[in-house]
Design a protein. Structure first.
Ligand SMILES: Cc1cc2nc3c(=O)[nH]c(=O)nc-3n(C[C@H](O)[C@H](O)[C@H](O)COP(=O)(O)OP(=O)(O)OC[C@H]3O[C@@H](n4cnc5c(N)ncnc54)[C@H](O)[C@@H]3O)c2cc1C
Length: 281
């Protein structure tokens, strides 16, 4: 049994039934044939894993499944490749359009899973197709077939994203560098970039206030339960303030939802992905 807290940016979560590393399409296909429930994790930057663990074979992708290839305006990236590395390769090749991902500290697979995005860009805008494996076979799916919409795809555990083909556009590397610098500075100003978090807790509601502004107005900045606290810098982030457990983060989320419901009549929907027996109240 391998503890997954080492593999999440919040640093919480119990063990997986089994953790396997896969470095090729064939290895993933073989693991899927074992017939166990399967979940794939990237860099755990959008993930709350149950404290009691996950009764599944948890896959981490590397090797050929993290390789990156540039061909004209196409970038083919293994799903295990970190966004930052893909962005670096794209910039070196003079290809722009992926700058939005500069501050999304995850992998290509995790980005497709939730159609990650920032500053007006998202995966749906650059993705041509993704290679996805299941126990029944492997094939390419388009963004429409993946059902990509705001921070959402139709992907389910048991479907493993192996590779993505992105279409980018010619752009001078210096221009890309300047844009990335600007976006990172904006990010640093507004968000707790030097703390253990899992990114935005809730999706922005259809309301004049963003989730962060709403929770700030509810007086939740700095609110602490156990080892987890709502970030004093941005109320839509939960930080590991020392020894946090997933149950602490979940208790904060329940409190935030309760206050948003009572004060604004808004049902906040969580953006973070949940793995294991977690029931959101
Ligand atoms: C400081 C900070 C800032 C962030 N800012 C943003 C932001 O601006 N915009 C944004 O969209 N997100 C943001 N995030 C959240 C997170 O980085 C993204 O959601 C990212 O895309 C998650 O990628 P990951 O590889 O870490 O996935 P994980 O967190 O490991 O997994 C997320 C989900 O994807 C699934 N998954 C991962 N890889 C695969 C695969 N290969 N095949 C099938 N399923 C897979 C997992 O099972 C899980 O359900 C932020 C997070 C942090 C910590």
């Amino acid at each position: 049994m391998t503890d997954l807290s080492r593999y999440t940016t919040l640093g919480t979560g119990g063990p997986a039934r089994e953790l396997a590393r896969a470095a090729s399409v064939a290895e993933v296909e073989e693991l899927l044939r074992r017939g166990l429930p399967v979940a794939t994790i990237g860099l755990g930057s959008n993930l709350l894993v149950a404290d009691e663990g996950v009764d599944a074979l948890v896959l981490k992708l590397g090797g050929a499944l993290a390789a990156i290839e540039v061909d004209g305006d196409r970038v083919r990236a293994g799903a295990g490749a970190a966004n930052a590395v893909v962005l670096h390769r794209a910039r070196a090749a003079g290809l722009g359009g992926f700058e939005f991902a500069c501050a999304i500290p995850g992998t290509i697979g995790g980005g497709i899973w939730m159609n990650g995005g920032a500053y007006g860009g998202d995966f749906a805008q650059v993705l041509v197709r993704a290679l996805v494996a299941t126990a029944d076979g492997t094939g390419w799916l388009t963004p429409a077939e993946l059902g990509l919409s705001y921070r959402h795809s139709n992907l389910e555990h048991g479907q493993v994203v192996l590779q993505a083909e992105l279409r980018l556009e010619p752009r001078p590397p210096d221009e890309i560098k300047a844009r990335v610098r600007e976006l990172n500075a904006r990010r640093k100003e507004a968000q707790p970039t030097n703390r253990r978090t899992f990114g935005s807790v809730f999706k922005n509601p259809e309301h004049e206030l963003s989730a962060g502004r709403m929770l700030e107005a509810c007086g939740l900045k700095g609110h602490r339960i156990g080892g987890a606290q709502i970030s004093p810098k941005h109320a839509n982030f939960i930080e590991n303030a020392g020894g946090a457990r997933t149950e602490d983060a979940l208790a904060l989320m329940a409190e935030a939802r309760r206050r948003a419901r009572e004060q604004y009549g808004v049902e906040l929907v969580h953006e973070v992905e949940l793995l294991g027996p977690i029931h959101v109240t």
